[in-house]
Write a new protein. Structure first.
Length: 351
């Protein structure tokens, strides 16, 4: 087995390190930057504060390695195993990780700026207090990971499995969660302004009193999700499935629900001023006590919906379906079907 001195010498001379076993040895503070490692083992090694900048690792293992403060910036890790490694405070800036196994790893306070992870397995990992800035995570497994106090800024998470993730104190800005599994996530009281949740599975998610202003849930499955008391101003729910979702007391000024499924959803006492419900299915939904001033329900289905005690000043009710709908006296202040517009729409559809 190579000694620490031999290893550092070989790296200085530009040798490729292949098939070596450094398990359990002390490499704390070592400078291993710019090296190429193939089939090497660092299992249980002490790599605390070691410099591994711009190094390349193929099929290398760091199982249970002790590596707080390790510098892996600009490094490339391909099919590496970092399971249960202690990586608190590690620097992964500009690093690329492909098929990395990081099950149970500790990444508390780590920095992942412009980091790219493809098919990383972070099941049960701890990322408490980690900072992700412009990072990209493709098909990551984050099941049961701890993301408490994590900061996400301009991060891309595509097809991530985040079921069971703990996220108390998490904050996110301009982050894209697309095609992800976020089943039952608890985002209550969190700030995730300007984030996108396109086509995500958020069934029974808890979003109460959170700040999701200017966010997007286009095509997402939000059945039975709870947005009670949340700030959802200028948020887009176009094409989303919101059956039995709850928006009681939420702020939804200028929110968009075009073609959304809102069957049996509850918007009681919500502020929906200037919200758009064009072609939305609101069958059996409750808007009791909601502010619907200037809202647009053009071509919406309101069959069996409850709009009692609502404010409907200048609301557009153009060509709505309202069989067995309960209306408030304020309906008189709303705008009904525009006959000229309806004639033009029917003419276009006949062409």
């Amino acid at each position: 087995m190579m000694s620490r001195a031999d290893l550092e010498q070989a790296i200085r001379e530009g040798e490729i390190i292949a098939g070596e076993d450094f398990s359990g040895i002390n490499l704390s503070g070592a400078n291993l930057s710019g090296a190429v490692f193939r089939g090497v083992r660092f299992d249980g090694a002490d790599l605390s504060s070691a410099a591994l900048r711009e190094s390349v690792f193929h099929n290398t293992t760091f199982v249970s390695a002790h590596a707080p403060g390790v510098d892996l910036s600009n490094a490339a890790l391909v099919q590496c195993d970092l399971s249960n490694a202690a990586l608190s405070g590690a620097n992964f800036s500009f690093a690329q990780l492909t098929n990395a196994v990081m099950v149970g790893a500790s990444l508390g306070g780590a920095t992942l700026a412009r980091t790219i992870m493809h098919a990383a397995n972070l099941r049960g990992a701890s990322l408490t207090g980690a900072r992700l800035d412009k990072a990209v995570m493709l098909t990551a497994i984050l099941t049961d990971a701890d993301m408490s106090q994590v900061t996400l800024s301009n991060v891309v998470l595509l097809a991530a499995d985040m079921s069971g993730v703990k996220c108390a104190g998490l904050s996110a800005m301009q982050t894209l969660f697309q095609d992800g599994n976020l089943l039952g996530m608890d985002f209550s009281g969190l700030t995730l302004a300007g984030c996108q949740f396109r086509n995500c599975r958020l069934t029974e998610a808890r979003m109460t009193k959170g700040n999701f202003e200017r966010s997007g849930f286009m095509g997402a499955n939000l059945e039975q999700a709870d947005f009670s008391g949340a700030n959802l101003a200028n948020t887009v729910f176009s094409g989303a499935r919101l059956t039995r979702a709850r928006f009681g007391g939420a702020t939804l000024i200028q929110a968009h629900f075009q073609q959304a499924n809102l069957q049996s959803a509850s918007f009681e006492n919500a502020n929906l001023e200037m919200a758009g419900f064009n072609q939305a299915d609101c069958t059996g939904a409750s808007f009791r006590g909601a502010n619907l001033a200037y809202a647009d329900f053009s071509h919406a289905v309101l069959d069996g919906a409850d709009l009692s005690d609502t404010t409907l000043l200048q609301a557009k009710l153009h060509a709505v379906s309202d069989n067995a709908t309960r209306w408030s006296a304020g309906k008189a202040l709303a705008r009904g079907t525009d006959s000229d517009r309806l004639e033009a729409e029917q003419w276009r559809s006949g062409q």
